[in-house]
Design a protein around this ligand. Structure first.
Ligand code: FES
Ligand code: MG
Length: 576
């Protein structure tokens, strides 16, 4: 393998020339206490950490940054920590999704504008994985993705608790009057009890698995619990490896190919992925110049069995169990024949080489193909007169009797209107009704919030019902479950057909045939369309204004149009 000449390092353009500008750069490094031999002729590695005191999932990052730096130093590199937008899932309003693209822009520009030869991207909480990866793909320097790792299993009164899923579940039980305030408070204290990302197969675990399956992480990294000492060792390995990747000039363009994106999609389906994976996978692939479509994902969904028995799509286990059962390498080994094992990875080896020796230690958690949790994959893409550009549903997470369903719509225009009605015990609603929320998409939400698991009306909860058909142009949390049709495109806010639906119209879902329709005739729809007026703009200034002018629809990945790789030529390297 040819190794880079130190004089051709990207950072050498900042530090090597005997001119006034480089004198400035070197003297400022000396201001930090470094001698020239600390950084000259060495790979300069940016450690991009999405830490903040309000990102509870990344609470261990300050320690992990030290582990990464130790690895970089050992391998003869020079590491600098650089903070990047934290985009936490727990507190960001109206939704963290509004800021995924902001993190992507920040990542790309931070890399481009600084003397970095390679980067270690530290993320994990939902949007941080796609945000960091999208930006770094566009920047193009060698990168490794360091996943935060899942938190420990939740626990209360001897019961195991899963992030998100059990919050929804026990909230419904509380609304039904089945648990006490004391129990509710106990659950509150026990459901998130260590640093790390949500430990169900929610968006965080799905996205870190996707990054690993794309070849961007140290093999096995995404499954290691955040507080396991193995996580520290993985972090220092990231530091050592990125230095070598710089010398090898192993850029993401050589890793994130069409085959890698397809591998990632297959793995997502086999894990019972979050519906959010669809949006992020499309956006990430497009940054790499790979045209992955909703139809590709539906096709893979139809043929890939779900073999990770991890909640919410699986029944019994959490990410900690998944790790003890062998983790993502073991899962990928099970589906090796369905993957392109020649795909290159950050190790400098192929995916197939990385999977050598991987074993399943508990075949109830990671199932063999002969005994899957669910025969088909995790996601299905629907089309019909309600969603001409697509919508997604998670068949494995909904009551099978709703797979084919016809019922009257009950339509809400805003979240607050829906919330008030749902708790009204006199609401005229049956289990056959189809709850609909609109104005909750990328532009309408705004920002594409996770409102898609519409709560079951209190009256029905009290009668013992726990699932019904729900439709929206929103997303839902990866830890959610139920018969929820999401990501309806085009969204209602811009006049998509969902905007024309009225309460009492009959809606029909036919999941086996991938159809979602309103049974309203074309003439009537045309009448409604001509009467429709666009709602007022959500933003008149600031980031939201830019977002609303440039965000693409769900089926396009919700990247900004001008950030997609086919928009135009990438910025060149700074030559000053
Ligand atoms: Fe951070 Fe769920 S809140 S991963
Ligand atoms: Mg989430």
């Amino acid at each position: 393998m040819t190794r880079k000449d130190p004089r051709t390092l990207r950072s050498a353009r900042w530090f090597a020339p005997d001119d006034l500008r480089s004198f400035g750069h070197r003297s400022r490094m000396m201001q930090l206490g470094y001698a020239e031999e600390d950084f000259r002729d060495k790979p300069v590695i940016g450690v991009l950490s999405t830490w903040s005191e309000l990102n509870t999932c990344h609470a261990h990052f300050p320690e992990r940054v030290k582990d990464v730096k130790r690895g970089v130093l050992q391998a003869g590199g020079f590491a600098v920590e650089m903070p990047a937008l934290s985009v936490d899932e727990s507190f960001t309003k109206p939704t963290s999704m509004l800021y995924r693209n902001m993190l992507a822009m920040e990542t790309e520009e931070m890399i481009r504008s600084h003397p970095l030869d390679g980067v270690v991207l530290m993320g994990g909480c939902d949007k941080t994985t796609p945000g960091l990866v999208m930006g770094a793909l566009s920047a193009g320097v060698p990168m490794i993705y360091l996943p935060a790792g899942p938190m420990l299993r939740g626990n209360y009164a001897g019961k195991i608790l899963g992030s998100g899923s059990d919050a929804w579940k026990y909230w419904d039980e509380r609304r039904a009057g089945n648990i006490t305030d004391e129990e509710w408070l106990g659950i509150q204290g026990g459901i998130a009890r260590s640093a790390g990302t949500c430990m169900t197969m929610g968006t965080a675990s799905t996205m870190t698995a996707i990054a690993e399956a794309m070849g961007l992480s140290i093999p096995g990294a995404s499954s290691i619990p955040a507080v396991d000492s193995g996580h520290q060792r993985m972090a220092s390995e990231c530091g050592r490896r990125i230095v070598e990747m710089v010398w090898e000039d192993l850029t993401p363009g050589r890793i994130v190919t069409a085959a890698a994106c397809r591998n990632a999609a297959v793995v997502a389906m086999a894990t019972g992925c979050s519906t959010n994976a669809v949006v992020h996978l499309i956006a990430m692939a497009r940054r790499a110049g790979v045209d992955l479509t909703l139809d590709d994902l539906d096709e893979l969904g139809r043929v890939t069995p779900l073999i990770a028995n991890v909640r919410p799509a699986g029944k019994d286990y959490l990410m900690e169990d998944f790790y003890y059962a062998g983790g993502l390498r073991a899962l990928m080994k099970q589906i090796e024949e369905r993957l392109d094992c020649t795909a290159m990875t950050v190790t400098g080896k192929t995916m197939g080489e990385n999977l050598q020796g991987a074993e399943v230690y508990n075949d109830d958690v990671i199932r063999p193909l002969s005994n899957p949790v669910y025969h088909e994959g995790s996601l299905a893409v629907l089309r019909g007169n309600l969603c001409p550009d697509g919508a997604v549903i998670k068949p494995a997470a909904c009551d099978p009797k709703l797979h084919v369903h016809e019922g009257p719509a009950l339509v809400f225009d805003t979240y607050s209107e829906m919330k008030a009605a749902i708790d009204d015990e006199t609401l005229d609603v049956t289990p056959d009704h189809v709850l609909v929320l609109r104005n909750a998409g990328p532009l309408g939400g705004p920002g594409f919030p996770e409102w898609g698991m519409l709560p079951i009306p209190k009256a029905l909860i009290k009668q013992g019902h726990r699932d019904m058909l729900r439709i929206s142009d929103a997303r839902m949390s990866g830890t959610s479950y139920g018969a929820c049709v999401l990501h309806v495109a085009p969204e209602s806010y811009i006049g998509g057909p969902l905007a024309l639906l009225k309460s009492s119209d009959i809606v029909r879902l036919d999941l086996p045939n991938r159809r979602l329709d309103m049974l309203v005739d074309e003439e009537e729809l045309a009448r409604r369309r001509s009467a429709w007026a666009p709602p007022a703009p959500r933003f008149e200034r600031g980031y939201g204004y830019m977002f609303s002018r440039h965000v693409t629809q769900a089926d396009q990945g919700c990247d900004f149009d001008f950030l997609q790789s086919d928009f135009g030529r990438a910025a060149g390297e700074p030559d000053i």
